[in-house]
Design a binder for this molecule. Structure first.
Ligand SMILES: Nc1ncnc2c1ncn2[C@@H]1O[C@H](COP(=O)(O)OP(=O)(O)OP(=O)(O)O)[C@@H](O)[C@H]1O
Length: 325
């Protein structure tokens, strides 16, 4: 099997601010064309890691390689960053008094006029920005600013795009528009991308692989399916989705089942658990039904339901869907 080409690689990175260790022994590899999500809670060190990978901040220890060439320290240099790596901060860095298309065109200023116009038009179209192309950047909404910043960065055709919370503060619709835009542009330009997020749903939906960061350490790296279905520990299990802890493991948090794997049954022979409905919540595309037998709580999802609060219910699940950590 052909070996995957690595665009960015971090080896044993550590970083402290004063007495606080923010990153500790980070090993990471970004494959060519890959979309890697860094999932972690606020303060886990995500932005610090991106700044080191983008060569905006030096690690105390460890090395970063771009296409297996070690990046030089940034301290003491006038211009931070790297020509093939673009970091988009939460603050976007647009020219506020220039229009959307002028912002994007700026990244292409060294190219011939015809090519530049063609490329700007293409990026406006893919990023869904045609309707605001003549709007000054300072007048854009958060989602439009975010898309303009990404289109501007992509105009430079970087090998690696680093995105700091790209979906933060966006409603569902804009989240989808932005995600689709990045995905299309990324495929067209064969770019690799690392994005950080504290939202498990975004990491699961957009990543080829997810690295889970906790207190500055990567505790698991895997495909979204691996991280969701075979979490390394109870922290990852709870971070990545709703969970029911059930008996069967070595302690209270070692055996679990996801709510979508449980269903109600009317057949006592199939029943694995019996309790009463405590609450029913509507989530748009499914109902969440929370039950209790006085000792344990179990919740499950249904597309439709005629259950009532207080009603007795028997639940069943397949033994293969129980996960032991
Ligand atoms: N320049 C700095 N000086 C001192 N402490 C810092 C500095 N930059 C970051 N920190 C601290 O390092 C820790 C990690 O910060 P970082 O911004 O990397 O976390 P994060 O996971 O990106 O958080 P968030 O999701 O809230 O943005 C925090 O406790 C933060 O206060």
């Amino acid at each position: 099997m052909a070996r995957k080409e690595t665009t960015l690689r971090a080896s044993s990175l550590s970083k402290s601010f004063g007495a606080t260790t923010v990153l500790s022994d980070i090993h990471l590899q970004l494959n060519a064309g890959e979309w890697l999500g860094i999932l972690g809670e606020s303060g886990s060190g995500k932005s610090t890691m991106l700044r080191i990978l983008g060569r905006f901040l030096d690690a105390d220890q460890g090395k970063v390689f771009f296409k297996e060439v070690e990046l030089k320290p940034v301290s003491g240099e006038l211009i931070p960053g790297h020509e093939s790596i673009r970091l988009i901060h939460q603050e976007f860095e647009l020219f506020p008094n220039q229009t959307v298309q002028e912002n994007i065109a700026y990244s292409l200023r060294f190219f011939e006029v015809g090519y530049r116009s063609e490329k700007v038009a293409e990026l406006l179209e893919t990023a869904g920005l045609g309707y605001v192309k003549n709007q000054k950047a300072k007048l854009l909404s958060g989602g439009e600013k975010q898309r303009t910043a990404i289109a501007k960065a992509l105009a430079e055709q970087p090998d690696v795009l680093l995105l700091d919370e790209p979906f933060a503060h966006l409603d569902n619709h804009n989240r989808r528009v932005l995600g689709d835009a990045i995905e299309t542009l990324r495929k067209q330009q064969k770019m690799s991308c690392i994005f950080v997020t504290h939202e498990a749903a975004d990491a699961l939906a957009w990543s080829d692989r997810i690295a889970v960061l906790r207190h500055g350490k990567i505790i698991q790296i895997g495909t979204p399916q691996e991280v969701y279905n075979q979490p390394f520990d109870s922290y990852v299990a709870e971070l990545t989705g709703d969970i029911n802890w059930v008996e069967g493991g070595k302690d209270k948090k070692s055996c679990f089942i996801r709510p979508e794997k449980i269903k109600p049954t009317k057949n006592p022979e199939k029943s694995k658990w019996q309790g009463n409905v405590q609450a029913i919540r509507f989530h748009g595309n499914h109902w969440e039904i929370r039950c209790s037998d006085g000792k344990t709580k179990l919740s499950f999802y249904r597309n439709k339901t005629d259950l009532q609060v207080g009603q007795q219910v028997m639940l069943t699940y397949a033994a293969k869907d129980l996960r032991i950590i």
